[in-house]
Write a protein that binds this ligand. Structure first.
Ligand SMILES: *Cc1c(COP(=O)(O)O)cnc(C)c1O
Ligand code: SF4
Length: 342
């Protein structure tokens, strides 16, 4: 059977600058940003159809607000947990491995936007370093492939990575990906075959889709997501709460119900990180808590995500919802569970 490579062609055709975007979207008011641009034309067409007021436009079209100097280059303290070779090990039982710094699109709000590059080779990681790290850390039972976006790698590379994990006794394999939204063609037969194969090799394979707004799930994406029903994998969703994109209970409920129809269950709702170049997407914890509080009215308990915030100093995720008060006290917990100014 011939390989379906249409996703790779769509990816290579990406629009790479504000200048090209102004032409493609026929809008001369699109501004220049200091950060790189990359949008596959197939996806840019959807942005164009939905227009400048849409959640798609607001997430993917650059503005000069990104040139603002406030915010952090390392908003969740990843640097202190970085072990080199794409490994970030913050929690005992599981680690992040970023096999690529390439993404199917560059989201303007990205918390890694100061680390990603459009010029990097797609795959440059030294897998023996990962293997050695796992050998010396037998307490790790789960590896989370993130990036960049792991689904930008082809099945051969993905298989190579999973073989190393299997050899090192990893029980749980997780993917964090935005690719099915941007390049739904990526959910092809080869990927399904690969996922089915590894679902028998690991105790659990968890597929976490990153999506923020119902307008991202058109018919084509829905069909792609439903294709994954054939696989014995856990399908979850993580979203970021973003100002002027999805910052209302109604918007999140619409998104979550649509995803439930596609057999995906909400997992995390991230409070936006204070990242340099994306501060215009931030909202206060108090605003986030008001939105989150009302989700339970419309969603069953099993479909309510955890609302979490990553500690800026790298202490990791913690609940963003404060049951004592939605009024933000200005404090988070430090690594010893003591209150600390946020
Ligand atoms: C978020 C994150 C994880 C995954 O945490 P879960 O709560 O298991 O989803 C693992 N490692 C790092 C470094 C992370 O930032
Ligand atoms: S796909 Fe994820 S890592 Fe890549 S730009 Fe978007 S948010 Fe950032």
């Amino acid at each position: 059977m011939s390989q379906d490579t249409s996703w790779q062609e769509a990816f290579r055709s990406a629009i790479k600058s504000s200048t090209e975007l102004r032409t493609f979207l026929e809008d001369n008011s699109i501004e220049d940003s200091h950060f790189p641009v990359s949008i596959p034309t197939t996806f840019a067409k959807k942005i164009k159809d939905q227009g400048p007021e849409s959640a798609l436009w607001k997430q993917f079209v650059p503005t000069k607000l990104e040139n603002d100097d406030s915010g952090s280059l390392d908003p969740i303290g990843d640097v202190k947990h970085s072990k080199g070779s794409g490994i970030i090990h913050r929690y005992k039982s599981r680690l992040l491995f970023t096999p690529t710094t390439v993404c199917p699109v560059l989201c303007r709000y990205c918390f890694r936007k100061n680390e990603l590059s459009t010029n990097d080779p797609i795959f440059k990681k030294n897998l023996s370093a990962l293997s050695n790290y796992l050998k010396s850390h037998p307490e790790v039972n789960e590896v989370i492939l993130t990036g960049g976006d792991p689904l930008i790698l082809n099945e051969t590379k993905l298989q190579e990575i999973s073989n190393i994990l299997i050899k090192n006794g990893i029980k749980f394999l997780r993917f964090h990906t935005r690719t099915p939204i941007i390049l739904p063609q990526r959910i092809n037969n080869e990927l399904i075959k690969y996922l089915n194969k590894i679902s028998k090799q690991f105790i659990k394979v968890i597929f976490v889709l990153h999506t923020n707004h119902i307008s991202e799930i058109d018919h084509e994406v829905e069909q792609a997501l439903l294709k994954l029903k054939q696989c014995y994998i856990d399908k979850k969703v993580q979203s970021v709460l973003l100002k002027n994109v999805n910052d209302s209970t109604e918007s999140l409920c619409q998104l979550y119900y649509k995803l439930l129809e596609c057999d995906f269950t909400p997992y995390y709702l991230h409070h936006p990180d204070k990242v340099k170049g994306a501060m215009h997407y931030t909202l206060t914890l108090e605003e986030g808590r008001r939105i989150y509080l009302k989700l339970r009215d419309q969603l069953p308990g099993w479909a309510i995500p955890h609302y979490i915030i990553d500690h800026p100093q790298g202490f990791g995720k913690q609940n963003a919802f404060n049951p004592e008060s939605i009024h933000f006290s200005g404090q988070l917990l430090d690594k010893n569970g003591l209150l600390q100014q946020y």
